[in-house]
Design a binder for this molecule. Sequence first.
Ligand code: AG3
Length: 276
Amino acid sequence: MSNYWIYETHTPGYEVRWRITDILHQETTPFQKLEVVETVEFGRALILDGALQISEKDEFIYHEMIAHVPMLSHPHPNRVLIVGGGDGGTLREVARHPELQLVDMVEIDERVVEASKRFFPQVASALNDPRLNLYIADGIEFARGNHGPYDVIIVDSSDPVGPAEPLFTVDFYRNLYNLLDEDGMVVVQSESPLFFADSFKNVYSFLNQVFPLVQVYMAFIPTYVSGPWTFTVGSKKYRADEIAENRSIPSPMKYYNRSIHKAAFALPEFILQMLE
Ligand code: AG3
């Protein structure tokens, strides 16, 4: 077996190493360091600035959960905005809803889109969907502009260091609020409640400053820092923990189902206390 390892450093006290068989690609884009490696346990993986973003084996969990929870709790998600998400995984799941009429995606780093098309064709599969308008642009600038209105906005960013840092601010969420229709909702990938507790708490408190209804849900993502991962929804009208009555669930799914949708909103005590 190969004896190559890559190291993913999460905090000064916690590092994960992955045995890899190959480095398929490495480049420094204008925004970040981008690597594609072949891991022994999780298949091919995309790494940005040293943090694993997608692995072939478990990307379905993150992408199904970030997409279908808002897409199915909204009764008519016709117009959707994805901020980030350049690999196309979130788009792939959003595109499975026949209600979708238009999806704008704003990704800052064109190289992520290119790398995904080349190395992760199953993830990038919807990047040629005719309903998609892809903007290679800064999400912060885009959100200040005159776009929308959207029914659902999904913020599929990397961690709040490097290019994604300004996406974790109250000003940005205020702008997203303005891009949403009067019954719209936004979901933000809000990091590990254990390792990035401050980011997680900030997202919750910032969204609460802007939206009347804020709800947190979780999924277990083996390749992300220690597993438990949070998503936070800011909504103008609909509860995110309820599937809208008129909607039917696309099939097949590999993680998401009706019970998971409900159960994902059940939070452990220590997380509830973090939100007080
Ligand atoms: N976006 C969230 C990745 C967060 C990973 N963080 C980490 N490993 N420290 C993933 C993008 C997938 N479309």
